[in-house]
Ligand binder design. Structure first.
Ligand SMILES: Cc1cc2nc3c(=O)[nH]c(=O)nc-3n(C[C@H](O)[C@H](O)[C@H](O)COP(=O)(O)O)c2cc1C
Length: 210
């Protein structure tokens, strides 16, 4: 049993999304001690830029054409990242809200790993998923709050959750469970700590059933 733990905050021990996902994983490992956790922090993974070489590698890889050395190095990394998704029986993902969406480094991971015939298929008419991962758990951490009726209702301001939930299902995750942790920063230190503690408590409960 392998669990892919994707961290997309650069804030280490100060990160709300890592703290809440960490509580979830700790509880899950107690319930399921044979699980192997593969942690992928998008800021520490030395992800290659998606530049001209990466695009060359992508199209040559898909068309099985010969690559130059720079392209081959990137293609190896792309394949290695895709395998980590393919091997995952469970995915846990921590996502900070950045400018109402998600950090660009997480998108960089998605752009690298999400290749045709690795994580999805496309026959020029339809897309199909290639993963058979039964469940993912996603923590969405937000400095502010997004209640409907407030000046920042999620229906207008949330560009974080929709895409990530969609993408996980697109590649084949059958069930995406989510936990939104709001008020981690903008309301002050004490309230932030309380929001994180409440999130960790909820996460531990959800882990029992994952
Ligand atoms: C670059 C940047 C942009 C941010 N943009 C938003 C935002 O649009 N809305 C919000 O509620 N919080 C925003 N925040 C605050 C973070 O969402 C908050 O600190 C959250 O806890 C981040 O997750 P982390 O603690 O796991 O890093 C931003 C923080 C940074 C560093």
């Amino acid at each position: 049993m392998r669990l892919l733990n994707i961290e997309s905050s650069p804030r280490g021990s100060g990160s709300a999304s890592i703290a809440v996902a960490g509580a979830f994983i700790e509880a899950y490992c107690q319930a399921c001690p044979w699980v192997v956790v593969d942690t992928l922090n998008v800021w520490e993974e030395m992800l290659p830029d998606f530049d001209q070489e990466a695009i060359g590698a992508k199209y040559k890889g898909v068309n099985r054409e010969p690559m130059d050395q720079a392209e081959a190095v990137i293609w190896d990394k792309i394949q290695e990242l895709a395998v980590r998704f393919q091997q995952a029986d469970r995915i846990v993902l921590g996502v900070p809200m950045w400018n109402f969406a998600y950090p660009y480094k997480l998108k960089q991971l998605i752009d690298l790993a999400c290749q045709r015939n690795m994580l999805f298929t496309y026959d020029c008419i339809e897309y199909g998923p290639l993963l058979k991962t039964p469940r993912a758990f996603v923590v969405y951490a937000r400095g502010g709050t997004y209640a409907e009726g407030s000046p920042t209702p999620a229906s207008r301001f949330d560009y974080q959750k929709g895409y990530i939930d969609f993408w996980l299902k697109f590649i084949g995750v059958q069930e995406v469970q989510t936990l939104v942790v709001e008020g981690t920063t903008w309301l002050g230190k004490e309230q932030g700590k309380e929001a994180i503690a409440r999130g960790q408590e909820q996460a531990r409960k959800l882990a029992a059933d994952f």
